[in-house]
Write a protein that binds this ligand. Structure first.
Ligand SMILES: Nc1ncnc2c1ncn2[C@@H]1O[C@H](COP(=O)(O)OP(=O)(O)O)[C@@H](O)[C@H]1O
Ligand SMILES: [Mg+2]
Length: 236
């Protein structure tokens, strides 16, 4: 039994469009898994399908042995799978702490405990907790979005391009935080454009092309693969 098991998933937005034509991924407990591929391949759609924002037309989406296919996002979160979308993932006019309260509304009983853990892990946010989210840098905003998701006390976090628009240094910091969160026992599945850096912190990776699985394997091996380096890094 896999922790997260997605198999033969077909999904799209309208009645007739098929964005995911036949996709499968798995994530094991405590793993970091990268999902890579060209623009429009369906990577975000795959995360949204796992998170309950898009209903699969067919196929399997299971988490810890139970089907989560077609469940509402809130119910998927309750089961321990949280999704951090690429954009508009914080409330800029609310303070950092208010953002975290919203993140924690599904786990009210553990609010204090989760808040203390998040502030311990992300002292920059603790220091700025009375400031509006909109006052944060791009990298800190992304941290806040992840912190909001952590307030649920998740087992699996889905990240959509967490380093998009960040400077190389801020991206490195963010990948460092992804590793730290995994260390705390949360598995991660992340979509990234920053393919090589993403592979460096991942255990395994999947490459999607046009709504289908193209390649998959150990991150270390894919990072050495000539085809992958040519496609993602422009090497000859
Ligand atoms: N909300 C939406 N409604 C209709 N089509 C969409 C929507 N979001 C994405 N698509 C289409 O789905 C395809 C895959 O998009 P997406 O999953 O965002 O790809 P990726 O994240 O790999 O770049 C694209 O052709 C895109 O135009
Ligand atoms: Mg995307």
């Amino acid at each position: 039994m896999s922790f997260l098991r997605v198999e033969d998933v077909v999904a799209g937005y309208g009645a007739h469009d098929e964005i995911l034509k036949q996709v499968g991924i798995s994530v094991e407990p405590g793993e970091i898994v990268s999902i890579l591929g060209p623009n429009g391949a369906g990577k975000s759609t795959l995360l949204k399908t796992i998170a309950g924002l898009v209903a699969p037309r067919s196929g399997t989406v299971e988490f810890i042995g139970g089907s989560i296919a077609g469940l509402r996002p809130r119910e998927v979160s309750r089961r321990g799978v949280v999704f951090v979308p690429q954009e508009n993932n914080i409330f800029p006019s609310l303070t950092i702490e208010e953002n975290l309260e919203i993140g924690g509304h599904l786990a009210k009983a553990e609010y204090r405990e989760h808040l203390a853990k998040v502030y311990d892990r992300m002292p920059d946010l603790a220091a700025r907790r009375r400031l509006p989210g909109g006052a944060l840098s791009g990298g800190q905003r992304q941290l806040l979005a992840m912190a909001m998701a952590l307030m649920v006390g998740p087992r699996l976090m889905l990240l959509d391009e967490p380093t998009a628009g960040l400077s190389p240094t801020a991206a490195d910091d963010l990948f460092g935080m992804v590793s730290a969160i995994r260390h705390d026992g949360v598995a991660i599945a992340m979509v990234e454009q920053n393919a090589l850096r993403s592979l460096m912190v991942s255990d395994r990776a999947y490459i999607l092309v046009d709504g289908r699985n193209a390649r998959s394997g150990a991150a270390r091996e894919l990072a050495q693969d000539a085809d992958i380096r040519r496609i993602f890094l422009g090497e000859a």
